[in-house]
Ligand binder design. Sequence first.
Ligand code: MEV
Length: 410
Amino acid sequence: MEVIASAPGKTILFGEHSVVYSEPAIAAAVNKRATVRIETSKNNKTTLKSKDLGFEAELDTKNKKYSLKKGKPGIIRYILEALYMAHDHSPINIDLSIDIPIGSGLGSSAAVTVATLAALYRYHNIHFNKKTLAEKAHKVEYLVQGEASPLDTLVSTYGGLIYLNRKKQLQKIRTNFNYPFVIGVTSKYGSTSKMVANVKKLKQKYPKIVNPIIKSMGELTDEAKRAIEAGDVNKVGTLMNINHGLLDSIGVNTKELSRMVYIARGAGAIGSKITGAGGGGSIIALCPNKDSEVSKAISTYDSSFKFRFSRKGVSSKVIHGSSHRKHKKQNNTLKNKHNKHNIKKSNKSVNLSKNKKNSLYKSKSNNQKHKRKNKSKYSEADGVKIDDNKLIFKKKSFKTINNNKIDYSR
Ligand code: MEV
């Protein structure tokens, strides 16, 4: 049995840090991805290796421990936490490939977590949808790094250009806005948890000053959404510059980030700002017609790459083997585990119907009938509602593509 799943990194255009205090944010998936391949192990060991990150480890999934054979641990804690949540501890080999720079503010840990969970659900033939997956991935991030907004895992799961509103509801921004961007990455690692904690302290110490800055970031993000929808690229650039100034004022800037921001503007970017948590990591520059110049200028001191938004979110498929038959016993164990985690295994994708009124189904078990429900507290998003600790799937047209592949991107 072998499965593969991948998920994109993301860049935050507007609203980092203020999103932690329920202000809106705008983020986009980028065309850089984490890919996780899982196969049944032929011996009794669970292994994890990544050629791209240069590590090899043996995992003790029951105790969330690992012994490193080669390289540095990096992202392993996210994978261990995901395994603890969605695996039955049977021996597997995990291979991670990734072209998202780690610790660069491009959501590498979220992409790895989303891809790992999607691969595990696919491996165990557990039905999942985007909303559930993003929630579980966010929980993993929370367990590993503490306070975090759901933004990274949402963007990595859904792909595209996303607006997260003040109620933490997600909206896809429908727009033709597709100008070239450049990302500049310093060699200095930026710790999200540390930066979030620093901002919290500053906010507690100077609430009358910092609270309005946070609010202002929220206003700016709403203005930026309207500018993106209207295709007003100059206004988007100006708002990025203002946002950078506000981020500087709350202490997440560094001299390396500043250097890249001003080099980008000098080389023709119409807007440039920190993206992500800051304290190291990355900047993003909006550069219509000037992306090569901006990228080259940033590369004098730091690394850079050009990108455009990517519509593609998480995707997964079975490469060979049938999880359903070969892993029947294993699935029974896992099913109990997943019931604990509010996920129900389903034999097939949820039934399909266009009738909205009767569109909520509770997945009971493989062979039991779905029970109809009419109440819908959360009818938005991807057809799922969590009520009284039960996961209730809304009937919806899944894009089932041939060769066992389901592409969850829209
Ligand atoms: C990190 O990519 C973005 C922050 O807003 C933290 C978060 O949203 O969890 C700084």
